[in-house]
Design a protein around this ligand. Structure first.
Ligand code: IPM
Ligand code: MN
Length: 368
């Protein structure tokens, strides 16, 4: 009967996850390969199909063709359930070109307005904070991802003369901050930690226009979430508290530029770029999100089998968490914690006690 056939087709479709990978530059392809290996392992166990399309976007393609995102590229990404980005940054391409032309362009064009960056110290991972362990460092930064100083508005006057003027504008919109703040409240509610606290991080004592808009919006949205406690830190104080009392944080919501800076601090608290991962989310219906290890392309380690793939594997876990496969994500989290906790000597490239591929194999082995 036609009804039955339709139902079968729907179920099949639900079980196929369409993913585009952009392995990118430097060590990006190596860590992406390990993340995909783990994806295939977990898909087999959890019973879904990962349909992976690999895109050659990045420095080499740009040098060969002059093109960063090829024509039709965005439309192709819009047909996917999620995107995985390895790393961008090429020694022969001037700084800023690939960052703006690929990473920032994708964030903006796909309207990925949340940058979600967990700061979680895994078992066996060393933090530079003396006397701190996994119980102390477990919070999440929700970074606004499409506005602020990142909007690219500005210009020069009298460029190259002694009277030169440079203007770089920060733009904040009610819509932009409200959708981010609201998402952060929802996330804090769902995370449901004993602290259940959302902290706004900004600089209201100096940025008396833009961050006043954030402050007022935060207070208004908070009324819809009486079960979530709220707090506020100036960004400079936040840097201090993250080091002094990281256990006090649950979820932080912040502006794009400050979020960029404090998540590097967060990254090092959780053991460095070898483990830190993030997601650029478009949580709207039909939105396409992109997941990435936070570290760069580390060209000096390219092709040496020394780079740590854990951050990329964590990013793949986040991708699954946000693509309707929470059980698979939890399985990856457990496997990674097992490998960092009982196998790896260090999270630093070249000091792991294993090569890149061997670490990927250990995670795959620990999945079941
Ligand atoms: C990040 C990076 C990017 C940013 C750069 C590469 C444009 O630092 O993802 O945090 O500033 O957002
Ligand atoms: Mn950054």
């Amino acid at each position: 009967m036609p009804e039955i056939r339709l139902e079968t087709t729907d179920t099949m479709a639900e079980k196929t996850l369409k993913i585009a990978t952009i392995p990118g530059d430097g060590t990006g392809p190596e860590v992406t390969a390990e993340a995909v290996k783990v994806l295939e392992g977990v898909a087999a166990i959890e019973g879904f199909v990962a349909d992976v399309e690999t895109l050659d976007w990045g420095g080499d393609r740009y040098l060969a063709t002059g093109e960063i995102i090829p024509e039709g590229g965005l439309d192709l990404l819009r047909t996917k359930d999620a995107v995985f980005l390895g790393a961008i940054g090429h020694p022969d391409v001037a700084p800023g070109i690939l960052e703006k032309g690929l990473l920032l362009d994708l964030r903006f064009q796909l309207d990925q307005y949340i940058n979600l960056r967990p700061v979680k110290l895994l078992p066996g991972v060393e933090t530079p904070l003396a006397g701190r362990g996994p119980d102390d460092i477990d919070f999440v930064v929700v970074r606004e991802n499409t506005e602020d100083l990142y909007c690219g508005v500005g210009g020069f006057l009298k460029k190259g003369t002694p009277d030169e003027v440079a203007v770089q504008q920060a733009i904040y919109t009610r819509k932009g901050c409200e959708r981010c703040i609201r998402w952060a409240f929802e996330y804090t509610r769902q995370r449901n930690s004993p602290k259940k606290t959302l902290t706004l991080v900004a600089k209201t004592n100096v940025l008396t226009f833009g961050h006043d808009l954030w402050w007022r919006t935060f207070q208004e949205v908070a009324r819809d979430y009486p079960d979530v406690k709220t707090d506020y830190n100036h960004v400079d104080a936040c840097c201090m508290w993250m080091v002094k009392n990281p256990e006090a944080y649950d979820v932080i919501v912040t502006t794009n530029m400050f979020g960029d800076i404090i998540t590097d601090l967060g990254g090092i608290l959780q053991g460095g770029m070898g483990v830190a991962a993030g997601g650029n989310l478009n949580p709207d219906p039909g939105g396409v999100s992109m997941f990435e290890p936070m570290g760069g392309s580390a060209p000096k380690y390219k092709g040496t089998d020394q780079i740590n793939p854990i951050a990329a594997i964590n990013a793949m876990g986040m991708l699954l968490e946000h693509s309707g496969q929470p059980a698979a994500a939890a399985r990856i989290d457990r496997a990674v914690a097992h490998v960092t906790g009982t196998k790896m000597k260090s999270q630093a490239a070249g000091k792991m006690g294993y090569g890149t591929k061997a670490v990927g194999d250990l995670v795959v082995e620990a999945l079941s």
